[in-house]
Design a protein around this ligand. Structure first.
Ligand code: FAD
Length: 348
């Protein structure tokens, strides 16, 4: 086959490549997605949680005020396109650890910066059997989970249907750089954008300071009501009949196989929050494409401006990728700068 011309080849169709492809199609660009299909991707293993207030100290996550107000509409737009239920909006219940923490939240809840994200403060236990929450807790909104596997598979079907998808490992050596264009096999393109997740083999971007991190999650049946994601030490995400529990962080053993120490760490933290019986349905592990400063790598190659990268979304692919797909495409259209902290130029 000769002579196919596209504006962009996107390499990789995890959540990053999917959002970027969607945004480019919306802007009328011709694209082709080249993706190697395997179970072992970051998106296939993720729990899918999105949460504006995170960490032990419960602070607003990076860019929360810009990202979270738009997030639900963005996923709903994709749901309409794909005719699938992807976004599950569920409040997070975070039981207090200490009286001090409770007192702190009694003042913090009034702060304007938190009003958008906090539903209410429960000053006593909410009464879920086997949940350890004697001091009550805080209920957060603008949170929930995205069905990542369904998103990836149904967006792939959409691309295949439109003739915009190729199932293959991208062959870096097959690129020919011809003036302002790239020939990739029989296809001429203006740019190739790599959305390869934790793959380390890309010769054009393998010197970037990625800091990949393995994580485990497990699915359990525990009979808890499904009104809340419960989060303290671990998260428990209700997913229609079971809960996904996670997770772990290990920079050393970068394996896609769940490790015994990872699973026992989840169990041990779970036992402090939930003291009832449960049955494990599934355990899985994946590698998060994290970076040295926990911010993504977005932008064009230092020398070859026909190559770009959209990667490094670490533990926050669900919330960061829709926002940054818009930001990156705006940049590619010459309308704006890439958000400074995410711009790959910071490491060149
Ligand atoms: C255990 C675990 C739990 C997580 N939980 C959450 C969570 O609750 N919330 C959240 O927001 N994030 C979570 N994450 C992080 C999230 O999974 C990542 O941020 C996100 O999936 C990264 O997506 P990606 O598209 O960059 O990479 P990937 O999903 O890995 O996709 C990359 C794609 O590119 C393909 N590819 C790579 N190289 C090539 C090539 N050369 N040619 C062709 N194709 C190629 C791969 O096969 C793959 O299909 C979790 C991660 C793990 C491991």
């Amino acid at each position: 086959m000769l002579g196919r011309k596209v504006d962009f080849i996107i390499v990789g169709q995890g959540i990053a490549g999917s959002w970027l492809a969607h945004e480019l199609i919306k802007r009328g660009k011709e694209i082709l997605v080249v993706n190697y299909e395997t179970e072992n991707t970051s998106s296939n293993k993720a729990a899918g949680l999105f949460n504006p207030i995170t960490g032990k100290k419960m602070t607003k996550t990076w860019l929360a005020d810009q990202i979270f107000p738009a997030l639900e509409n963005q996923y709903q737009e994709l749901e309409t396109l794909l005719n699938k239920k992807l976004l599950h909006q569920i409040p997070i219940y975070r039981p207090f650890n200490t009286i001090g923490e409770k007192n702190e939240w009694e003042t913090k809840i009034e702060e304007p910066g938190y009003l958008n994200f906090v539903e209410k403060l429960e000053s006593e236990s909410i009464g879920f059997q086997h949940i350890q929450d004697e001091l009550g807790g805080i209920i957060l909104k603008k949170s929930g989970y995205v069905d990542m596997k369904l998103l990836i598979s149904s967006f792939r079907d959409f691309l295949v249907d439109k003739g915009l998808y190729r199932s293959e490992m991208f062959d870096y050596k097959a690129m020919e750089f011809v003036s302002e264009k790239i020939m990739y096999k029989e296809i001429e393109t203006s740019k190739v954008i790599f959305c390869e997740g934790p793959n380390k083999d890309n010769p054009f971007f393998n010197n970037l300071p990625f800091k990949p991190v393995r994580g485990e999650v497990m699915d359990i049946e525990c009979g808890l009501p499904e009104d809340y994601i419960i989060n303290r030490g671990v998260f428990m995400i209700p997913k229609n009949g079971f809960h996904t529990i996670g997770s772990t962080y290990d920079h050393k053993n970068l394996s896609f196989e769940p490790q015994p120490e990872g699973i026992s760490s989840i169990k041990q933290r779970l036992s402090k929050l939930f003291v009832g019986p449960y049955r494990i349905k599934d355990k899985r592990a994946g590698i998060r494409p994290a970076t040295f400063d926990r911010k993504p790598f977005i932008g064009l190659h230092q020398e070859r401006k026909t190559l770009g990268i959209f990667n490094g979304f670490g533990a926050k692919g669900v919330s960061l990728t829709p926002f940054f797909a818009t930001n990156f495409v705006d940049f590619l259209e010459g309308k704006t700068k890439i958000e400074t902290e995410a711009d790959v130029q910071r490491v060149y």
